[in-house]
Design a protein around this ligand. Sequence first.
Ligand code: BGC
Length: 743
Amino acid sequence: MTTKKIFIFGMIVFSHLLSFSQQKDPTEKKIDELLSKMTLDEKIGQMNQLTGLGLSDDMVSSIRGGKVGSILNEIDAKTVNKLQRIAVEETRLGIPLVFARDVIHGFKTIFPIPLGQAASWNPQVAENGARVAAIEASAAGIRWTFAPMIDVSRDPRWGRIAESCGEDPYLTSVIGAAMIKGFQGNDLSSQTSMAACAKHFAAYGASESGKDYNTTWIPELQLREVYFPPFEAAIKANAATFMCSFNDINGVPSSGSKFLNYDVLRKEWKYDGVLVSDWESIGQMIPHGFSADLKDAALIAANAYVDMDMMSFAYINYLKDLVNSGNVSEAIVDDAVRNILRLKFRLGLFDNPYTPEYDELPFYTDDALQKAKHAAIESAVLLKNDKNVLPLNGVKTVAVVGPLLDSQADQLGTWCFDGEPAHSVTPLTAIKKEYGKKYNIVAEKGLTYSRDKSAEGIKKAVEAAQKADVVVAFVGEESVLSGEARSRADISLPGAQGELISALKATGKPVVMVVMAGRPLTIGNEVSTADAVLFSFHGGIMAGPALADLIFGEAVPSGKLPVTIPRMVGQIPVYYAHKNTGRPANNIDLIDDIPVGALQTSIGFTSYHLDAGDKPLFPFGFGLSYATFDYSDVRLSKNTISGNETLTVECDVTNSGKIDAQEVVQLYIRDKVGSLVRPVRELKDFQKITLKSGETKTVKFELTNEQLAFWNADKVKRAEAGEFQVWVSTDSQSGTPVSFWYK
Ligand code: BGC
């Protein structure tokens, strides 16, 4: 072919490709057409999100005037439709509104808090929860939820750890992606789908001292290693929207961070969804000391590519002036509006703006309740079970006590605006109903709420215990003690619950402690005292039936901790993927073991706390079963891999117990020597498997160089040559590693 012919051929191919890509993306064409008709005012209106005020004059006139693009917290389908009708029929371009709400772990059928769902280590549990939430909330006209919250959280003082998937970037990525799949369904334009929102971008979980909204100072490489991966996974899972975080990172509030919102999110990750601010987070750049006034805040947020202003009224009041004066380019506004219109097209709102008004709302269906119960079962973590006290066996009279025994509201946990406590089935109700015929149940709450300090209450609980063969104590935190702005500096059991456990133990009866909480708690003393401990992060509407089945052996615990439980607050941050230090500690004893008069040099110079040792109370990934599991040696397909080669890692796991059960088999690696020091272990994969009593299964994992890679000293993500260790184990502290080499 001559050069000319090649050129002509190339042009033909190119023009075909061009017209193909244009045909392929009719939505982008529609967005451009619509955008070209919009005035600057109409564009800015789309960028404004307001909280619902029903059909108030203010709201109606804002919609009619094209001054609002989205409404949050309107939850009645009829009102939603009336407001939508104004947007669609009474505005010049008829652009529909999108209605949003925090539907975090259920709308009506409340599932375990997200930290609990993560404790299931079962993405299907998380997906089911989100699907049920979407079906219920979308029936009220809500098509956008502000979930999942995928902030890696390593500080249990922080109340919002309850909403998170815990401390690990990989587990958070998997559970977060499953939630996105559940919320968005197979087709975002279906009227039972909700747009998910990956929040809070970024590093909100690192708030200093676990105090909410607090500052963070995080080197870029650590952002990329620890805090960004769940957000990248969310984009892969097609999360339709993102939300800014409240905190500043290295002095820059997220709502004003061009680095986060443009350089990383748009340029590097090519994200084309909506980025919404958090509630008033644009305006809050004033108290942060980053913006002089609201106009300045609008300028900074717009130039940082925040698409939508949630409740700061910054864009609606100042953006037009800022564009007209040339301080914000109209191209930035256009990009934001494109993202917002794209969301509305993806949700099918231009074709189906109205929500069906059901006579009977699809709430609390049997299927939803069963899924919620199953989620609560899989979320509970058995931490201790001396002499196999659990499941209860060979007993006649069971004393059930404790402030969380019958608290319909508290078991729902935080962030469930629409949950109705009257629908919660408590442990007391479930135990009486399901097991009351077979066992003699003596109930006495003792303490009336978690912070109760009543000695009289303890006395009554002890009297109940004395009549029984075994005591089951439901302790923990009220729901209001975790969640947003619910940080605690002391994360022990509140009130007189510690005394309650000691007094129960003093009766000589076996004590089962069931903890229902929104975070890990420092319960070392109570764990030592109790004979068995079942930890259930607030388990939702069906927590009662789930816990009852676990206690009486109808179900087997299979949850694993998604977050480390510290011995003491002073250990925080304490997480499994820590660095080794130059002086690693190894099973250091506690302060009481130091002989009186010991010399300074007598107890070694390694990295630990004198009064807490070098270990947490329970490590990440830990959780017992009523069965026991044996792990064989780990087998590798090769000793050395290079380039894109895959390493196969195999291990035989045997259920050596007497009962069929599930086990979460965890794969960890360690990069022995790096251009930057690497964590002592990193979770890279896991499988939740079911094993019959006596059964053995070979669990197989594939490791790729992608999983060996990290953000290294050259600021690139790459696997470095050298020795790696790999564990297949039941938690983050056990197992025997095997080495391999990457070349
Ligand atoms: C929270 C967000 C939430 C928003 C809207 C804020 O206070 O930080 O997570 O989505 O409120 O309710």
